[in-house]
Design a protein. Structure first.
Length: 451
C-alpha cells in the first residue's frame, strides 16, 4: 500500500497503553506521562513499524530531518520512552545492537472518546477506525511552537498502516474533509483541562528564558484548574512555578510566591494525596521553608516513580542541605547518569561538585564547575568554586589563569552573595561550606567573598 498524506489519527493503542499524538501523552490506566515532541515522534514511528527493526539512521531522518544532531538525542528519547512505559513494560522497546530498535507490540485502533482507554473490539471492521480527515478537538487560543503535526496516515481493512513522519513547526489546520464515520464528541471540561495542562508543560519547554517560560505556563495551569479544581497535576504544576521562581531568584514577590506555592500544593494533596506530583509539590513547599528533612521524605516517595528523576536528584540535594555531603553524591550521580540533558542537570552537577569539595575530592570536583548554569548559579560563583577545586587538586597553572581572569571581571558581579551559601541555614552545611570553599578562597586573597 502506498502511503498518502492524510490528517492525523489522534490515538494509538498498544498493550494497555494509549499514545495521544495531539497532546504528546502516553496513558496507561489512570497514569499519564507527558512526552517531549521528539520523543512522541520517535515512539509513533516505532509503533508504525511495530515488530520490525527500525534503524537509528531511519529514526534520525524521520524525526529530525535535515537538522544535524548526535546519536545522544535519539538515545535520550529512547530512555524517556522506556521510563514512560514503566519498569515492567520497558522491555517492550528492544535494542538490537548495531541494527536499531523494535517495539515488540501490536497496534489496536481506538475510539477518540473522552476515556482514551476505551479500545475497540478486535475485528470491529474498517468503519470502527477514525477515517482520514478527522482531527482531535484542539484547545482554543494559539498553540505553543513545536507542536507536532503527523503525516502519512492510512487506514485500511481491519488494521492500520502508517508512517509517523513529523513536521515540527506551527500548527496548520487541515482543509475541510468528509464527515468522519466516528463522530468526535465535544470535549468535556476534564478533557479541556488536561489539554491545557499539557500545553502548559509544553510551554515550559519552549523558547525564552526559564523565567519567561515559567510565567507563560502559569495561566494555562490556572485555566485548567478553573475547569477542574481537583486536577491534582495542574495544581502541582502551579505550585512548582511559584516555588521555582523563588528558587532561581526570579521572584518579584517571594512572600506571595511562597503563599501561592503552599496553596496549590495543598490543593494537589487534597485532590490526590498519594499522587507523585502531589508529593513532589508538597516537598517543594517544605524545601522553601528549609524543612529539608521533611522535604526529603516526600521527595523519596515521589522519586519511587520511575519517570521522576528530578525528585531522586532532589533527595541528594536535601541531604547536601542538611550537611551530609557523603550521602548526597550517589543520588546526584545517578540522576546525571540517567538524564544528562535534563534542564536542571547543570545545577545538579554544580551541587555534586560542592559535595565533592566538602568530602575532600577537589580533583573530581573541578570539572563539575565547567558547565554554565544560569538557572541557579551566576557564572562568577561557579568559577569561584572551580578555582577552589583547581587549587586544591594541585592544578596550579590553571588555577592561576582562572584567578587572573576573575580579577578582570566586574567587581559588582564578584561581590554578589554566594547563592550556594544562602541555600541552607543548617549548621553542618554551613560549617562544611566554610571549610571547603570560603577558607581556601580567603587564603587566595578573595577575602570579601561570602561576607
Amino acid at each position: 500500500m502506498t502511503d498518502q498524506l492524510e490528517s492525523p489519527r489522534p490515538l494509538l493503542a498498544f498493550d494497555g497503553f494509549v499514545l495521544d499524538l495531539t497532546r504528546g501523552v502516553l496513558t496507561a490506566e489512570a497514569r499519564e506521562v507527558v512526552l517531549r515532541p521528539k520523543t512522541t515522534a520517535v515512539l509513533a514511528h516505532l509503533l508504525a513499524h511495530a515488530g520490525q527493526i527500525v534503524s537509528r539512521d531511519a529514526l534520525l531522518t524521520v524525526v529530525w530531518g535535515d537538522v544535524a544532531v548526535s546519536d545522544d538525542s535519539l538515545t535520550q528519547c529512547v530512555s524517556e520512552i522506556r521510563r514512560a512505559l514503566g519498569t515492567t513494560q520497558a522491555g517492550m522497546l528492544q535494542t538490537h545492537a548495531r541494527r536499531g530498535y523494535v517495539m515488540a507490540t501490536r497496534l489496536r485502533p481506538v475510539v477518540p472518546a473522552a476515556d482514551p482507554s476505551a479500545l475497540l473490539t478486535p475485528g470491529a471492521g474498517p468503519d470502527a477506525a477514525t477515517p482520514p480527515g478527522s482531527e482531535a478537538p484542539m484547545p482554543s487560543g494559539s498553540r505553543p511552537r513545536g507542536r507536532v503535526a503527523w503525516a502519512a496516515l492510512v487506514v485500511g481493512g481491519f488494521g492500520l498502516v502508517f508512517s509517523a513522519a513529523a513536521w515540527i513547526g506551527a500548527y496548520r489546520p487541515p482543509p475541510p474533509a468528509a464527515p468522519s464515520v466516528v463522530a468526535s464528541a465535544a470535549p468535556s471540561s476534564r478533557d479541556e483541562a488536561r489539554r491545557l495542562l499539557a500545553d502548559g508543560r509544553i510551554t515550559q519547554q519552549g523558547g525564552g528564558t526559564y523565567e519567561e517560560r515559567l510565567r507563560a505556563s502559569l495561566p494555562l495551569f490556572l485555566r485548567a484548574l478553573a475547569l477542574e479544581p481537583r486536577l491534582a497535576e495542574a495544581a502541582a504544576e502551579a505550585a512548582f512555578v511559584h516555588a521555582n521562581l523563588r528558587t532561581t531568584g526570579a521572584s518579584r514577590d517571594p512572600e506571595r510566591d511562597l503563599r501561592e506555592a503552599e496553596r496549590f500544593a495543598a490543593q494537589a494533596m487534597a485532590a490526590k494525596p498519594e499522587a507523585t506530583l502531589s508529593l513532589a509539590a508538597q516537598a517543594a513547599v517544605l524545601r522553601q521553608h528549609r524543612r529539608f528533612a521533611e522535604a526529603m521524605v516526600f521527595y523519596e516517595r515521589a522519586g519511587a516513580d520511575p519517570v521522576r528523576v528530578v525528585d531522586r536528584a532532589n533527595v541528594g540535594i536535601m541531604r547536601l542541605m542538611l550537611g551530609d555531603a557523603e550521602s548526597a553524591q550517589p543520588p546526584l550521580r545517578a540522576a546525571l547518569l540517567e538524564s544528562p540533558l535534563h534542564q536542571y542537570s547543570a545545577g545538579w552537577r554544580v551541587l555534586l561538585g560542592l559535595a565533592k569539595l566538602m568530602t575532600g575530592q577537589p580533583g573530581e570536583a573541578a570539572d563539575d564547575f565547567l558547565t554554565s548554569t544560569g538557572l541557579n548559579f551566576p557564572t562568577e560563583e561557579r568559577l569561584f568554586y572551580r578555582l577552589v577545586a583547581l587549587h586544591g587538586a594541585g592544578r596550579l597553572a590553571e588555577a592561576q589563569a582562572l584567578d587572573t581572569h576573575l580579577r578582570q571581571r566586574d567587581l559588582a558581579l564578584l561581590a554578589r552573595p554566594l547563592r550556594a551559601l544562602s541555600m541552607s541555614d543548617e549548621a553542618a552545611y554551613r560549617a562544611r561550606f566554610e571549610t571547603a570553599v570560603l577558607a581556601p578562597l580567603h587564603r587566595m586573597g578573595w577575602v570579601k567573598v561570602g561576607r
